[in-house]
Design a binder for this molecule. Structure first.
Ligand SMILES: Nc1ncnc2c1ncn2[C@@H]1O[C@H](COP(=O)(O)OP(=O)(O)O)[C@@H](O)[C@H]1O
Ligand SMILES: [Mg+2]
Length: 376
């Protein structure tokens, strides 16, 4: 694998916590020469939907006029998200959407960090479609089914969705190049929470619905509205604790709250130091889903991130990102209206995070198994 990746100027990604580790013998995630996260796309419609959603968000990213009259472009990502010439900058219609453009300016280096607007303006790498994709504009901001409603939602989502830079083919398979959400952290702590009371989408093949339904019912998905799909905690003493999605599936409701608390423990920080900023972002995201009806997300995840090397709350740079759009559908594909499934999941995560702030830290290390392989 090492020779394979070196020959192509890419390397394995170290900070992946959830999802597949390999697919069809290929690494599910890599980092390219510019520090971008490369996600191996799933075949067929899943990959197409994922590329389409990331591309639509990228097109809709807002240009936010600065007080000096200049336009601030791009999140200040250290992952290759720097300005890349000549994007079609435009002011998207975000005004009516909670959490959209106009939030306070972002802090340098930590896109998606709580308290940031994290809105970015340039849209130079837009319009990328998955190989074989007939039309990536099915979720597009201009021609999407909900017109300006979709524009506003996509623009608002840009606050949490990592930037995307099109696809790249390696070994005959398409990888999607994304901003590495963990790149700005010296010792990233990352938690992947899959959101929604159910992870299957209307119209899915019956066998898939059954498979997803049974996973949902066997985990905290259907009770809490989320399940933990992976955790990485880098502590100040240099130790790293990792747990994968198999471990997450075994957690009950109390175990999930304990796991959140353990995630926030780098050896010095208190749960509230990590979760107070995370709650602000999660509530803003929930406010968006209370009002938007342009997109329905199934099986998407919230990534929580913070700096494991932090010696104070100010150094934690807590971030909240939204990822995994293989089952993201624009309005019109399914019965419309609010995405109550995703919203309920967000509310469940918010409740669990709030509980993790309050409860004492008392998690026996013995119940926390180390990471086993992550192949699905
Ligand atoms: N933009 C990103 N930056 C950093 N890590 C990411 C990014 N997107 C995904 N990941 C990592 O990869 C894992 C799997 O990603 P995901 O999109 O959920 O793939 P899958 O479809 O395999 O579930 C996540 O749990 C996270 O650790
Ligand atoms: Mg995933």
């Amino acid at each position: 694998m090492a020779a394979w990746t070196e020959a192509r100027g890419v390397r394995p990604y170290e900070n992946q916590v959830g999802g597949h580790s390999t697919k069809d013998g290929l690494p599910a995630s890599l980092v390219d020469e510019e520090g971008r996260f490369l996600k191996l796309l799933q075949a067929g419609e899943r990959g197409e939907r994922e590329v389409a959603l990331y591309a639509a968000v990228e097109r809709a990213r807002c240009s936010r006029p600065k007080s000096d009259g200049l336009v601030e472009n791009g999140s200040s990502s250290s992952s290759g998200g720097s300005r890349r010439g000549g994007g079609d900058e435009r002011q998207a219609a975000c005004g009516s959407v909670p959490g959209a453009c106009g939030a306070p300016p972002s802090s340098g280096g930590f896109p998606g960090v709580a308290g940031d607007s994290a809105v970015s303006g340039r849209t130079g790498d837009v319009g990328h479609a998955a190989p074989g994709s007939r039309n990536s504009s099915s979720t597009g901001s201009d021609s999407g089914p909900s017109g300006s409603g979709a524009d506003a939602t996509l623009c608002a989502l840009a606050r949490w969705v990592p930037r995307s830079f099109g696809t790249r083919t390696l070994c005959g398979r398409a990888y999607l190049a994304l901003e590495d959400a963990a790149a700005a952290y010296a010792s990233p702590c990352v938690l992947d929470a899959k959101i929604g009371l159910r992870t299957w989408y209307p119209g899915a093949p019956p066998a898939l619905i059954e498979k997803y339904r049974s996973k949902d019912e066997a985990t905290t998905q259907s009770s809490l509205g989320f399940r933990i799909c992976g955790v990485r905690v880098a502590r100040l003493d240099g130790s790293v604790w990792r747990a994968d999605r198999h471990w997450g599936k075994g957690l009950g409701p109390e175990g999930a709250v304990d796991a959140l608390r353990r995630f926030a423990d780098n050896g010095l920080l208190a749960p509230g130091d990590v979760f107070a900023p995370a709650l602000r972002e999660l509530r803003a995201l929930a406010a968006l889903f209370e009002s938007q009806s342009a997109y329905h997300l199934y099986s998407s995840s919230v990534l929580l991130l913070y700096e494991g090397a932090a010696r104070s709350p100010a150094e934690a740079h807590v971030g909240v990102r939204l990822i995994d759009f293989a089952h993201a559908f624009p309005a019109g594909v399914h019965p419309g209206g609010r995405d109550d499934n995703f919203l309920a999941g967000l509310r469940g995560l918010i409740a669990a995070v709030a509980a993790a702030c309050k409860a004492p830290v008392d998690v026996p290390c013995t119940v926390l198994q180390q990471d086993g392989g992550r192949s699905k």
